[in-house]
Ligand binder design. Structure first.
Ligand code: ADP
Length: 350
């Protein structure tokens, strides 16, 4: 079966074409533009390159960022699903609206073709209330939906499944901690196949220090800054999401490669950025070992996780006692969210 995987984001459209169930990737690419025209351009390119194949597509799988509390797994797209995705765009306008555009364009260009939505938040819907609730008035959660949702779910799910394969044990018997360290970074405690806690929260801002995001911060510090510097809501948003993290701390770059090389050549600010990054990660790993009362495997994935052995080495040194005590296996597993989307799509239309 031929399955097209689309990730329509706020600044690009990424696509991959899969032959399933063999999991052969026939085409992949990225167009650094967004909106209806960009999705149409991707389809035109694919038609030019793979005319016959595209006219015999079996389904399209879409990455959708926010599935709120409604979507606990991937789902076939129908009117009701579209309505819910639209409703959740209030929580993630930068993401869900471009995702919806992708769905609408495909419905128009491929009328009647099955389409599937695979949500970043779905894997984390197994979190218990004590992990997803903030210490805010309960009615704020009930009325406004302010709670921790978690993101990168498709990646955490994929690498935890792969880890079980590598270890040759059923996922249901394992306690795994998955570290997705890319431009965005998040970490998840996967207890017997289920996400029981994850570091991103109401938005992808919470948790680890990232390329340009601050990660955890005292909300009162933001309020103070807004008052002191007369920052608007969007000014504060920009500060926390675009000018903080590795970039803000180092004053140099959001790119871990540059941080590592500057730190190596003695740059103080790059060194401190690296230290904050690693220390925050170390604390979260420790917390998740505590949350699961054990850990069989610690997985590193995404750009930094897959390519920066220095960070893994530091983590293993600093957590050496815990790692020894629990006999934690440390593995690097390349993520593949697109393949996971293709698998879900195949399973749902079969
Ligand atoms: P995205 O979240 O945008 O998909 P990636 O998973 O590609 O991002 O990760 C991007 C991050 O990976 C950047 O911080 C980049 O510096 C880092 N990275 C890529 N290659 C290396 C490397 N060889 N060593 C250290 N960091 C790397």
């Amino acid at each position: 079966m031929l399955i097209l995987v689309l990730n329509c984001g706020s600044s690009s459209v990424k696509y991959q074409l899969y032959d399933m169930p063999g999991e052969r990737c026939l085409e992949k690419g990225i167009l650094e533009r967004s909106g209806e025209g960009a999705v149409e351009a991707v389809i035109r390119t694919l038609k030019k390159r793979r005319g016959k194949i595209i006219s015999s597509l079996d389904a399209i799988g879409h990455r959708v960022v926010h599935g709120g509390e409604k979507f606990k797994e991937s789902t076939l797209i129908n009117k009701e699903v579209i309505k819910a995705i639209k409703q959740y765009s209030r929580l993630a306008p930068l993401h869900n609206l471009p995702n919806l555009t992708g769905i609408h364009v495909c419905q128009r260009l491929f009328p009647g073709l099955s389409q599937v939505a695979v949500f970043d938040t779905a894997f984390h819907q197994t979190m218990p209330p004590y992990a997803y609730l903030y210490g805010l008035p309960y009615e704020v959660y009930k009325k406004e939906g302010i709670r921790r949702y978690g993101f990168h779910g498709t990646s955490h799910r994929y690498v935890s499944m792969q880890a079980a394969k590598v270890l040759g044990k059923p996922l249901k018997s394992l306690k795994i901690i998955t570290c997705h360290l890319g431009n965005g970074c998040s970490i998840t405690a996967v207890d017997r196949g289920e996400s029981i806690d994850t570091s991103m929260g109401f938005t992808p801002l919470e948790g680890l220090v990232m390329g340009t995001r601050s990660g955890d911060i005292d909300a009162a510090a933001v309020l103070y800054l807004m008052k002191k510097r007369k920052l608007s809501v969007s000014g504060a948003d920009e500060l926390l999401n675009k000018r903080s993290g590795l970039l803000g701390l180092s004053g140099k770059s959001n790119d871990m490669r540059r941080i590592l090389s500057s730190a190596r050549s003695g740059n103080k600010r790059a060194k401190i950025a690296l230290e904050v990054f690693i220390y925050r990660l170390q604390k979260y790993i420790g917390a998740y070992i505590a949350a699961m009362d054990g850990c069989d495997a610690l997985i590193f994935t995404a750009g930094i996780g897959e390519n920066a052995p220095y960070i893994k080495k530091k983590i293993s040194q600093r957590l050496s006692l815990l790692i020894k005590k629990f006999k934690v296996r440390i593995l690097t597993i390349p993520t593949n969210e697109e393949l996971m989307i293709a698998r879900d799509t195949y399973r749902l239309i079969k």
